[in-house]
Design a protein around this ligand. Structure first.
Ligand code: BGC
Length: 704
């Protein structure tokens, strides 16, 4: 297809239609498809909405085919629509929520999950997923932390790359390939006070060093679209923020794809107080280079008038439409507008046994073992009582589960009873009647819909009834294993007396089966926290990646140092923390010189030793700091990690190559700095318990 020729034949109305994304119920009255966000009556005439260039949230292959037929029938130039949806952690076979995927510290798993999600969703006619969400966040009050990869830039980058690579399964024109739309540009995860949609205001130093890198990774991995954030970014709504879209996203970061708004966000610039009315919003959107408005219709309604009034240029419209048509061509829609959408293929492929089995394998590394005084793993012969609100629950998929159905999930009561004697099962926290058991499994946490979009909250403590139950059981000498459910970090301070604690997150279609495997020791847990767990909600925003301050906390002389009067400064469990059933040790075996000039990489070789008879996986983490440095550096910054499989008593050598790339720090103008300094490298199995290597950093004269 010659896109330029096509563009030349299009009327202004047809072009503005391409720049509009509408939900399918506009085309099929009866459609019950869920559309996220507040759906207003757009007051469009039928001949206007039939011009829409893309559709949000299609139900299945049949619906896709009929909507595509309606659109093609009315399209003078036979331009097919693009179908987009939020395939976040699976289509119908549901995988762990993204935050739990990050907890695996194994990006390859995410790549495989997303490849399956791409195969399933593309048989339903979906062409683009609104994922990955790569918004770094350090505030558990923000419900959307479930949808991201946590608090750390490096982990976020590695997960982002894997996520995009997974969706991009095969070639763009192939069935099974899902184009990706990284989101939400920019800084959505830094909304003030963790309140969704709230203001984002940050220094460019922080943006460049902490928030921007993952968006860049998505671009470099070939993500075709970028969704702008709902929030203001440094005073201007991202949707119409020209500096953000033109200077930063396009010029500085080299993004050359399609820019879309979030749902209804162009219209919402009026509520932000930025646009006078919808007409003004359309003008501002076009000037900022916003190419598709999702869920609102200001372009369709006012675009032509704005052009006639000379407030916008035809070039602004043409540039946007060209990119949209080019994406359709890239995905092969001009050759095959239905591209693999097939009800019969859907039946055999979607939620197939093969995909469900993969869901088990790919989810096993997400649960995080926080405490174990030896009660785990459980012996198959044990007599167990199962209590708490999740005991018989099927609601274990996680909040963005698209077409996943909880009703198809197994419960703990079902999976545990296959291998253990379940003496009693109760959904309450009442344990007073429990006697004559070897252990109690107590389920607690927040529900699957307590996190996600618009699910901000300040109450992140575990239900007090859970700690009361633990006390009662301890009085009666009954070991207690706590399974915590959550889409965000929760405050576990009240339950640390339990004998064992597993942070299960929400693992999707095979949640209960996966946790059962871990409880039984069929697999040793190997997850690590992608966000620190707090002692109190008042600590937010928090991360291990903080600066030292001029008055670092000193336990021996705490007056006038940075601290809280009423709570320990540290997290309850730090970033990168997680136990396994065995025990490993690590030793540096490279003999290092005490200086380095960066002209060649610094090789670090470690020996990890499994000191147990369990098969385990450990994550060796390398952190760094440089002092002095301007701008200042975080006290610790993760620069490498490696997850290593270890057979019983096995010793394995693990090698890392440190390069000057690991030392990069940007100032507010995005200049890099490599000044002479003392480089401290730290290594360990979590961000807190690390050993140090000190190196004199004297950069070679070629390094600027
Ligand atoms: C969310 C986006 C999502 C869109 C479409 C919005 O409310 O913020 O992340 O992609 O809805 O469902």
């Amino acid at each position: 297809m010659n896109i330029k020729d096509l563009l030349n034949q299009m009327t202004i109305e047809e072009k503005l239609g391409q720049m509009t994304q509408l939900p399918p119920h506009m085309f099929i009255e009866a459609s019950k498809t869920t559309v996220y966000g507040d759906m207003r009556d757009l007051e469009l005439k039928k001949q206007e909405y039939l011009l829409a260039g893309s559709v949000l949230g299609i139900k299945d292959a049949d619906e896709m085919i009929s909507v595509q037929n309606i659109i093609l029938k009315h399209s003078r130039l036979k331009i097919p629509a693009l179908f987009m949806a939020d395939i976040i952690h699976g289509y119908e076979t549901i995988f762990p929520i993204p935050l739990a995927q990050a907890a695996s510290f194994n990006p390859n798993l995410t790549k495989e999950m997303n490849a399956i999600a791409a195969v399933e969703s593309s048989t339903a006619g979906i062409h683009v997923t609104f994922a990955p969400m790569v918004d770094l966040s350090r505030d558990a009050r923000w419900g959307r932390v479930m949808e991201g990869y946590g608090e750390d830039p490096l982990l976020n980058e590695k997960m982002t790359k894997a996520a995009v690579d997974g969706y991009h399964h095969g070639n763009p024109k192939d069935v099974g390939y899902l184009a990706s739309c990284f989101k939400h540009f920019a800084g959505y995860g830094a909304s003030e006070a963790g309140r969704d949609y709230n203001t984002v205001d940050m220094s460019y130093e922080r943006f460049y060093n902490v928030y921007q890198p993952s968006y860049q990774v998505a671009i470099d991995a070939g993500s075709e679209m970028c969704m702008l954030a709902f929030n203001t970014f440094n005073g201007i709504p991202a949707t119409i923020n020209r500096k953000l879209t033109q200077e930063i996203l396009k010029k500085q970061m080299g993004f050359d794809g399609v820019i879309i708004s979030d749902f209804d966000a162009l219209h919402q610039t009026v509520a932000h107080g930025a646009a006078r009315d919808d007409e003004h919003a359309a003008e501002l959107g076009l000037h900022a280079g916003l190419m598709i408005e999702m869920g609102s219709s200001t372009y369709l309604t006012y675009g032509k008038k704005l052009l006639n009034d000379g407030k916008i240029t035809l070039k602004q419209i043409d540039d946007a439409v060209y990119k949209i048509l080019a994406l359709k061509e890239h995905l092969g829609l001009f050759d095959d507008p239905y591209k693999g959408a097939s009800k019969s293929r859907e039946k055999t492929l979607v939620r197939s046994e093969k995909h469900l089995n993969a869901a088990v394998d790919l989810s096993l590394e997400s649960p995080v073992l926080l405490k174990n005084n030896g009660v785990l793993p459980l012996n198959k012969m044990k007599k167990i009582a199962l209590v708490g609100p999740f005991s018989k629950s099927q609601a274990l998929l996680g909040a963005w589960h698209w077409h996943g159905q909880s009703s198809q999930n197994q419960t703990y009561a079902q999976t545990l009873s296959k291998d253990m004697t379940l003496v009693s099962v109760s959904e309450s926290y009442d344990v007073s009647h429990i006697k004559d058991v070897d252990a109690v499994i107590l389920t607690t946490g927040e529900g699957e819909y307590d996190s996600g979009e618009s699910k901000s909250k300040v109450g992140i403590d575990i239900d007090l009834q859970a700690s009361e139950a633990i006390k009662t059981l301890q009085k009666n000498n009954i070991p207690t294993i706590v399974l915590v459910h959550g889409g965000r970090p929760l405050n576990l301070t009240s339950i640390t007396a339990a004998d064992a604690i597993i942070y299960t997150w929400f693992l999707g279609s095979k949640h209960a089966e996966v946790i059962t495997h871990i409880l039984l020791g069929n697999v040793s847990p190997s997850g690590k926290l992608p966000m620190s767990l707090p002692r109190h909600v008042g600590q937010y925003p928090m991360s291990y990646h903080d600066f030292n301050t001029g008055r670092p906390f000193d336990p021996h002389n705490s007056e006038y140092t940075t601290k809280y009067l009423d709570i320990d400064l540290t997290p309850l469990y730090p970033f990168g923390y997680g136990l396994t059933y065995g025990e490993a040790s690590v030793a540096l075996i490279t003999e290092l010189k005490n200086h380095w000039d960066g002209s060649s990489p610094l090789t670090l070789i470690f020996q990890i030793e499994n000191k147990s008879n369990f098969v385990i996986k450990e994550v060796l983490q390398i952190y760094m700091n440089m002092h002095p440095s301007i701008p200042v550096r975080p006290v610790k910054k993760l620069i490498h990690f490696k997850k290593q499989l270890l057979n019983p008593y096995e010793k394995v050598l693990v090698e890392f190559s440190i390069s000057i790339h690991d030392l990069i720090i940007y100032d507010e103008d995005k200049n890099q700095h490599f000044d002479p300094s003392t480089l401290t490298l730290m290594y360990g199995f979590n961000s807190k318990d690390t050993k140090e290597i000190i190196i004199d950093w004297r950069p070679h004269h070629d390094i600027t």
